[in-house]
Design a protein around this ligand. Sequence first.
Ligand SMILES: Nc1ncnc2c1ncn2[C@@H]1O[C@H](COP(=O)(O)OP(=O)(O)OP(=O)(O)O)[C@@H](O)[C@H]1O
Ligand SMILES: [Mg+2]
Length: 340
Amino acid sequence: MKYKETHPRKVRGEAVHKTKDEKMEELTIKGTQIQVTMSMDGTELEVIEAAYLVPEVDHFVDAPDVKKLGERIKQWLATGYPVHLIGPTGCGKTSLAMHTAKERGRPVVWINGDESVTTTELIGGYSQIEQESLRDKYIHNVFKSSDILKADWVDNPLAIACKHGYTLVYNEFSRTKPQANNILLSVFEEGILELPTKFGEERYIEVHPDFKAILTSNSIEYAGVHRPQDALLDRLVSIYMDYYSFDTEVRIVHEHTGLPIHDVKKIVSIVRSLREKLPDAQKPGTRACIMIGKGLAASNGSGDTNFEQLCIDVIAAKTCSPLDLLEKQNLVKDALAALA
Ligand SMILES: Nc1ncnc2c1ncn2[C@@H]1O[C@H](COP(=O)(O)OP(=O)(O)OP(=O)(O)O)[C@@H](O)[C@H]1O
Ligand SMILES: [Mg+2]
């Protein structure tokens, strides 16, 4: 039976009855605002994830150690706790968080933590004021005029995820000022999201039972300016991730670069030996292995001089002086010599 609307009855500005076609039309993005009325299907997933520019996870390698971590995350999410992945730069936190979030089959919304992120960026706010003027000249000698100001509320990722039971990936959450993240305390503890700028019953949103959150943070930055408050950390299950095993890193670099395995093994061995010697903040991660690999794949020769230069260029990122660079060059030379 097809519903035919004869009387456009509206409740709080929304038509009460809608045809399937009308509902599909609603499934469009208005700026960053999304109206979701349809049951979950592929279209909805794509529309929502496109709106929040959720990164794609390319060439994901589900090696045994990756799978094991993924299972731990899923188990804690199923238990009802938000999961916090913590680990050194470039060890694979964001990729694992995204991959595991997508595996749930619910839309994934994404926020990147940053010093400038405020509670509004997390929950949303009034985006614009709509002004309507009414001129009433019903009685010829009486002129009535009124201006109506209507504020448009736009949900941001946290509110969207809480309302509709989506998976929130909050990347590098510890870079956001703790005051802005306070809003998460009642979400995780009481299952209530409070929208501070709203009034009355609209101020409180009951968190959807399917809402899940995966947060990531960099262990190197823990001594940084915005150390997350203990109250928030206490509400998260924290899984410490280190660099993957040699075999897994080889598989990842091979997958990303397509290089022959013996070249990949050489790259991973060099990077892993540099990791042992460099201070925490300068340790090269799996990303560095991929960068060297891509450089090698793009270069014509794989001679040792060229290879040495590629390694130096990639690990020179956090170099503070020519002396520092020389030390790094020597480390690369030693690591290459040890492999020969
Ligand atoms: N399981 C995996 N399969 C394929 N590629 C991976 C995997 N894990 C990590 N990578 C790759 O390794 C690189 C680093 O991963 P990622 O960005 O997830 O690390 P991170 O810990 O979030 O880094 P950062 O601390 O800099 O944010 C990326 O290029 C990513 O594509
Ligand atoms: Mg990351």
